[in-house]
Design a protein around this ligand. Sequence first.
Ligand SMILES: [Fe+2]
Length: 277
Amino acid sequence: MDGHERLISTPTGDSAYRRRRDEIAALATAYVRGDVIPEVEYTDAEHAVWRLVAERLRERHRSHAAPEFLEAAEQLGVGVEEIPQLQGVADRLNGLTGFRLQPAAGVVPFHRFCGSLADGYFHSTQYIRDGVTPFYSAEPDVLHEVIGHGSALADSRFANLYRLAGEAVRRVETEAAVQFISKVFWFTIECGLLDAPDGPRAYGASIVSSYGELDQFRSAEIRRLTIADMVGTGYDITRYQETLYSARSLAHLEDVAGGFWESCDDASIDRLLEAAK
Ligand SMILES: [Fe+2]
C-alpha cells in the first residue's frame, strides 16, 4: 500500500472534472526535473474550492495543529485566497530548507516517491479536488500537498524526517521492509500527532489537510509513538484513522521515527516483524 495515498472516497467519475484533472496532470507528465514548474491557469471555481477549504483548515489549525506545524506553515506563507503556483511554493521551500518540489500527475509509487525524498524532492500534484465534494479528496491534490506536506517541509526538522524515510526505502531491498517503512511513514508523516498541554495536536499531512478529520482525530485510539507497536496495527487509508500515534515532542518523534529510518535495514525490520508473530 502506498503510504502517501489518501483515499477517503472513490473518485466521483464526473467526466468534466476528470478531463480537467487530466489536463493539469499532463503538464506534470511532460515535466523534466530542473525545468521551471509549469503554471496552471486555475479557474475561478478552482480558486473558490481552495478558499473554502483553506479558510476552514486555518481556523481548525489554531486549535488542533501542533505548534511546530503552525510555525512551519507561517514560514511557508501560503495564503487562503487563491491556489498558489507550485513554482512559487518550491522557491520558498528551497530557500527555507533546501527541499524542492516536482510536479506529479497523480499518486507516485512509494518506492519512487521515497527515492525522490532522499534526493530532497517532493512529488506534488497540481490539480485540486472536485468542487462538488470539497470536504474530501479522492487522491492527493494541491491542497493536501501544499498545506499538508509543503508546510511541514518548510521546517528543517520535519524536512529531515522526510529525507530519512526516503533514504530508508532506498536502503532496503525486500518488499516487506518497504511496506513497513511505508506504515511508519503513514503513522507519522501522514497521520502523526504531538502531545500538547490541551491534548494531542496534528502535524501529519493527511490530518492537517482534512478539516473533517481535524474534528475527529481526538476520538481515535491514541497510542504513544512506538515502532514495535505499529507492527500489529492495521490502517485503512479510505477512512478516518481509528488508531493514531502521538510523540511526546518533536525531539521524541526524531528519536523514534527518525532513529528507526536512520538505522533500519532488511534484517532489523525482519526481526521486528518476526517478533510480533
Ligand atoms: Fe500525503
